[in-house]
Design a binder for this molecule. Structure first.
Ligand code: FAD
Length: 430
């Protein structure tokens, strides 16, 4: 009998499978689709192979970098252009995000990239926060309340609110402080100031430079390397095998196909959304538009590595017409993509909704956001990809182990870290 049956071949399931087989277990991976990787995938647009889903990873705790090194991809870990990203607020011109900040909360309120945004008086008010007693406002429930009480209304309105709306599509006054910024409250009490807390969290995240990194050639190479290892270690990986249910977490997995399906024995571990919890809720839809354009004016990277677009409270698009939630200037962000694009530019825009004329919508949005003409004739290629971001599981049935973003939280750093930890526990207990 197989020791473990892993349901789902995304990064969570693959990392878990690799760790378990290296620990001596017998493992089967069942993947519903015809490919491995889940939200990590590639597509080719204008002859350039690019990431179609995740395109970077958080460097905190070094989890993904350690995995990449163990997959012999260590020499290909790359940092993005340090120019950083910009924010397009709901009204007014775009501005560069302060480099030393967290969710818009400045680590150095008097810094040269903060004062032009909020003004000298507001910056001084925010700086005076360092003189307030450390625990003051520590009982704030929401992020908005904490920032308002420690640093003042201007920091909240002009920095934190538009950035948080761009990242979380929610108002800071509606966001639970401990969920949106884990550790910030404790760091503030510890260091005696919100600004110092932001700085200390950045330092403790171990980032020498950037908080994210990529892989030369694409993040999808991690999946290719994981799949190659599983093949080498003799793991039974079955594509096109949609699991309909997990009977009790220890024995039976029903697989679609045939009149009654196939039952596979083993200890089932759920590494896929849509099996537990509210299975009718696929989660939040994300549509990505990728453009390859020939426009030398973009060589100057007018908005750094890209922009977040903040919507106002009622969800009205910024500038009245921009529908994108974010734009990544991929060739400005990643040197390896610029090399492969040979002078052309790659832009990736994300949307909550699809539209029949997505290529044209994306072209017009890119032109407005980057402040550079992008005529239709300059668009050489267009690619589209669509994803669902699953809701978090609020509880798991007794005896069933779950791995991946439904339980670990979004992002490869969370998913890889949790898969590693679960593998260690399972091997210890078996
Ligand atoms: C557009 C986009 C951009 C992103 N960008 C980044 C980024 O830059 N940096 C970052 O760190 N993270 C990013 N993420 C998030 C990151 O990709 C995910 O958190 C992570 O890849 C999730 O991995 P997972 O294994 O938990 O789930 P998934 O990747 O969702 O994998 C789940 C797998 O289970 C399979 N499956 C589903 N149902 C069944 C079933 N019934 N039976 C069998 N198999 C099933 C699916 O086909 C899929 O292959 C991004 C995500 C998206 C969608």
């Amino acid at each position: 009998m197989t020791d473990f049956v892993i349901v789902g071949g995304g990064v969570g399931g693959l990392v878990l499978a690799r760790r378990l087989v290296l620990g001596g277990a017998d493992v089967i991976v069942l993947e519903a689709s015809d490919r491995l990787g889940g939200s990590v995938a590639s597509h080719t647009v204008g002859g350039i192979q690019l990431d179609a889903g995740a395109e970077s990873f958080a460097t905190r705790r070094g989890t993904v970098a350690t995995l990449a090194r163990s997959l012999k991809l260590g020499d290909d870990i790359v940092e993005p252009n340090p120019a950083g990203a910009w924010l397009q607020p709901a009204t007014g011109p775009a501005f560069r995000l302060p480099l030393n900040s967290m969710l818009g909360i400045p680590g150095s309120p008097l810094a040269a990239d903060v004062t032009p945004i909020i003004g000298g008086r507001a910056a001084t008010r925010a700086y005076l926060e360092t003189l307030l007693p450390g625990p003051y406002a520590a009982k704030s429930k929401t992020l908005g309340e904490l920032v308002r009480r420690r640093m003042g209304e201007a920091v909240l309105d002009q920095l934190v609110r538009p950035i948080v709306r761009g990242v979380h599509s929610a108002d800071p006054d509606d966001l639970d402080l401990d969920k949106v910024a884990p550790g910030l409250r404790a760091a503030m009490i510890d260091t005696g100031s919100l600004a110092r807390a932001v700085r200390s969290l950045q330092e403790s995240s171990g980032r020498a430079g950037s908080s994210v990194a990529g892989i030369r050639g694409g993040i999808f190479r991690i999946v290719e390397a994981l799949a190659a290892d599983l093949d080498r270690f003799g793991v039974d990986v079955r594509l096109n095998s949609r699991v309909e249910n997990v009977a009790d977490g220890r024995a039976l997995v029903g697989v679609e196909g045939g009149s009654s399906g196939t039952h596979i024995q083993g200890r089932a571990i759920v590494a896929a959304p849509g099996i537990l919890g509210d299975v009718s809720n696929r989660g939040h839809r994300v549509v990505l538009a990728t453009l390859v354009v020939d426009q030398p004016l973009l060589d100057a990277a007018p908005r750094g590595t890209g922009l977040l677009v903040a919507k106002d409270g009622s969800g009205i698009p910024a500038d009245g017409g921009i529908r994108a939630k974010a734009l990544t200037h991929v060739t400005a962000k990643w040197e390896w993509v610029a090399e492969r694009a040979e002078g052309k530019h790659v832009l990736r825009l994300s949307y909550d909704d699809d539209s029949a004329d997505l290529a044209e919508v994306a072209r017009a949005d890119a032109e407005a956001l980057l402040g550079v003409p992008i005529p239709t004739s300059s668009v050489l290629a267009f690619g589209r990809s669509e994803w669902y971001r699953p809701p978090r599981l609020t509880h798991t049935p007794d005896g069933i182990h779950v791995v991946g973003e439904t339980i670990a939280g979004t992002g490869l750093a969370n998913v890889v870290g949790q898969a590693d930890e679960l593998a260690g526990n399972l091997l210890r207990d078996s």
